[in-house]
Design a protein around this ligand. Structure first.
Ligand code: UD1
Ligand code: MG
Length: 469
């Protein structure tokens, strides 16, 4: 989770995240704020920024797709906007939760690049300089679609004009509203009910609060951020742009902490991931849902890790690891598939086309090729030959098997679970193990080979004597 900075002022501040919009421009059945960028849903990024800023009292306004959002964020407080009548109307729904003095910090749920440090700076500016409202703004090369900051001759902000409502001259303004506001709560409560819908979209725009504050005689200030922090995700093109920027932000901080990332533009690491010093990450690696990677590990191209751990100096090539753990000094892949609950020790070798599921593999054990191990516990220093299958499922129930240390499992062995193979036992290739095998024995369970002499000669003669029809 994001690091929380203790600040008495932030703790007083109520946070509001606007997430009720339909997100029509996404052309999606999923609520916009649940779309992922940089490895996390948009809403998670905004929540992380709030947490980082020390705002713990957060209300999320939901409407479209409310049930889905509520189910995913059980610990969050919500306000419900039954009809989508605009961003100002969304804030009105949270009014009952806006008690006490101090400031309310409002951010749109679609701005995942917003930083906690920016939120903190805005709150400090508002409080230290007694400003009624601090807006986040940025200068954009192409401000199309954004609300424009309209300043008077004295340089003070007069109002925000939405792109659709702007005159030609106003549209040339490149300073935009990021949809992020720190407003004195008492004033917000007083002025919100005064918003009106006389605009191109017939909505209650939150942006109009700026004009109302000026009319009331209040003060409006701005805090300028780098353009990317203000990026609002309204469609899939902006989603991809935000995603790219967020992934590179994560890669930057990992590289600065001593991780080599060969090509950050083609590396997808979520921000909950930890990676040790001197680990090398090749292009095309995806690390999802909080992975822990040790130091001096090598993650070769084309591997996907989901909520998995990899030990120091371990190498992984073209493999998929889901909710799995691998100890230090092991080699995984190419083309290994570690499914949930696979636990591999140190100095192991898990080779090509090996699938592991809900199993433990002890230190020094080698499973080099074409094998399935599911629901089983393998001890240390075992050699598993090619094509071994733990037959864990009888079509109805799953069973668990155990193989003890130093055993040798010959190629093409089937272990029909549940069975136990004793320490140091040797299973001959092609054996189907249906009963427990004691320690240090040879178990062989295959039919004897029959050799029929001159069989091909007879066959050829038979063939030539047949008259064609
Ligand atoms: C908004 C701002 C615009 C700013 C831009 C920055 C308004 C009127 N305009 O425009 O000045 O430049 O963000 O990205 O605010 N929402 C609700 N309920 C509603 C409508 C919207 O909760 O009825 C929420 C949305 O879920 C979203 C946020 O408010 O998180 C902003 O709405 P959106 O439609 O994205 O506004 P923009 O057109 O991006
Ligand atoms: Mg938006």
């Amino acid at each position: 989770m994001a690091r929380e900075v203790k600040d008495a002022r932030s703790e007083q501040t109520v946070g509001i995240i606007l997430a009720a919009g339909e997100g029509k421009r996404m052309q999606s059945d999923r609520p916009k704020v649940l779309h992922e960028a940089g490895g996390l849903p948009l809403l998670d990024w905004v929540l992380r920024a709030f947490t980082e800023a020390g705002i713990s009292n957060v209300v999320c306004v939901v409407g479209s797709g409310a049930d889905t959002i509520r189910a995913k964020y059980e610990d969050l407080s919500f306000a419900y906007q039954a009809e989508r009548l605009g961003s100002g109307h969304a804030v009105m729904q949270a009014l009952p939760q806006l008690t006490g003095p101090g400031y309310t910090f409002i951010a749109a749920g679609d701005m995942p690049l917003l930083r906690g440090s920016t939120i903190r700076a805005m709150i400090s500016e508002a409080e230290d300089q007694h400003i009624d409202c601090v807006l986040l703004t940025a200068e954009l090369e192409d401000p199309t679609g954004y609300g424009r900051i309209i300043r008077g001759d004295d340089g003070n902000v007069e109002m925000i004009v939405e792109h659709r409502d702007a005159t030609g001259e106003q549209q040339r303004v490149r300073e935009v509203n990021a949809s992020c506001y720190c407003i004195r709560t008492e004033l917000l409560r007083e002025l919100l009910p005064k918003l009106e819908t006389g605009n191109a979209q017939g909505e209650y725009y939150l942006t109009d609060i700026v004009r109302l504050i000026n009319e009331w005689g209040g003060t409006v200030g701005t805090h300028t951020a780098p353009w990317e922090e203000c990026l609002g995700v309204n469609d899939r093109v902006q989603l991809a742009e935000a995603s790219h920027l967020l992934y590179s932000r994560t890669c930057d901080s990992l590289m600065r902490s001593g991780v080599t990332i060969m090509d950050p533009a083609c590396t997808y690491i979520d921000p909950e991931t930890t990676i040790g010093r001197d680990t090398i990450v090749y292009p095309g690696v995806t690390l999802e849902a909080g992975c822990e990677i040790g130091s001096q590990a090598v993650l070769y191209p084309g591997s996907r890790f989901h909520h998995s751990k990899v030990g120091d100096r371990t190498e992984v090539q073209n493999s998929v690891l889901l909710e799995s753990e691998v100890g230090p000094d092991s080699r995984i892949g190419p083309y290994a598939y570690l499914r949930p609950g696979a636990k591999v020790g140190s100095h192991c070798r898990i080779g090509d086309f090996v699938e592991l599921k809900n199993c433990s593999i002890g230190d020094g054990t080698k499973v080099s090729h074409l094998t399935y191990i599911g629901d089983a516990d393998f001890g240390r220093d075992i050699n598993v030959g090619c094509g071994v299958v733990v037959v864990n499922y009888d079509g109805h129930d799953k069973f668990r098997s155990t193989v003890h240390d130093d055993a040798f499992i010959g190629c093409n062995t089937n272990l029909i679970s549940p069975v136990e193979v004793g320490r140091g036992a040797y299973i001959a290739a092609g054996t189907t193990v249906t009963e427990d095998v004691p320690e240090d024995v040879l178990a062989i369970g295959r039919s004897r080979q029959t050799v029929i002499p001159d069989w091909q000669d007879k066959r050829r003669k038979d063939k030539s004597s047949r008259t064609p029809t």
